[in-house]
Design a protein around this ligand. Sequence first.
Ligand code: AMP
Ligand code: GLY
Length: 431
Amino acid sequence: MRILIVGSGGREHALAWKLKQSPRVSQIYCAPGNAGIAEIAQCININVEEIERLVGFAREHQIELTVVGPEAPLAAGIVDAFNGAGLPIFGPVKAAARLEASKIFAKELMRKYQIPTAESRTFTEAEQAMAYIRSKGAPLVVKADGLASGKGVVVAKTVAEAEEAVRRMLVAAEFGPAGARIIVEEFLTGEEVSVLAFTDGTTVIPMVSAQDHKAVYDQDQGPNTGGMGAYSPAPVLTPELLQQVEREVLQPTIAGLRQEGIIYQGILYAGLMITAEGPKVLEYNVRFGDPECQVILPRLESDLVEIMLAVINRKLAGQTITWHEHHAACVVMTSAGYPGPYQQGKIITGLAEAAALPEVYVFHGGTSAHGSHLVTAGGRVLAVTAWGKTLEAALNKAYQGVSTIKFDGAHYRTDIGHRAIKAGAISLASR
Ligand code: AMP
Ligand code: GLY
């Protein structure tokens, strides 16, 4: 089988790595890919949003399965275009991808189908938003409606901070059309966890749990990033809690969309806050998280190709998905300055030594080949991933891998998994 992966980060490297293990796969292409992906797939020079060119490539090369990594092409309708051309593709259609592309659409769906989430109001006028903020008082959360690469969410500790966020979104239009409508919502407290599931529009099968670390510095300090590391399982998600999430969040979301005439096929990602009142949805994503994908896929025992085809053919009900019992951890190495401006083209060394460590795999995020060297080519450069019998073992190996890798200005968090370790309750009671 010939497969096309759309994307260029650590998530897509993990997808290529896992798909390559399927005996059904003969050739993998990746558009546009990166230097790490190029070791296992043929990278092609087409960007993720060039949908017509991707359709043309898939047709010409008789691609039998296309897998989409990032949200932007999904929101732009890549799945609708491939469906229209009769080409099999894994991911939700544009109407379903609105769950991530419009936080207001997601809120309205949750309200209509009684899915637990933070209380919120929608605004397009700054004056009204400010008046509401003053009447509520801090803390509050201000969110741009549209896609903003994780930067459109401001957790405001003071009224002034919330007002400043409103000004940046509605007045200065820093996020363009993505911030032309905003949500102001209640601040929730509790522990965060992500639950991802495969769904064919009717059947929903959750994956093992994962937790990422969004802040750039240790102890969750500094601005939010796309994700600085992750681990799986997350002990906070007990089997009982997972059942509650399935019953109160995952099932009603998919059933609600079906009521609205939208068949959701692909991955549904629910970002949750486990509050004293139970799990509440912070956000939906319509794809694998990055770096959650890098810790979930090493734990997947089943053939990912089979699962993806079952989703596309709406036959997920008959599918058994099995997982390894081991723990996985991933530490992201970034360029100095990320998530702000950063330099590229720094020479990376020590990758072969890291790769030689047992149960360690280095997924590439932003890298490119430059002559005989490998150089940095993005904010998140590498996702050093390891697995083992315990979270401690997995983390130790991941950090051992990190210690062999060098590039100018390399930054990483030293406390990945700290919450789970502190909780102490790492056992197979969590999945
Ligand atoms: P989101 O992109 O919506 O998941 O938001 C990014 C991060 O902001 C989340 O991972 C949370 O840490 C935080 N966040 C979002 N919404 C809320 C909320 N209502 N209460 C507290 N924290 C929030
Ligand atoms: N790690 C969070 C995301 O991929 O959105």
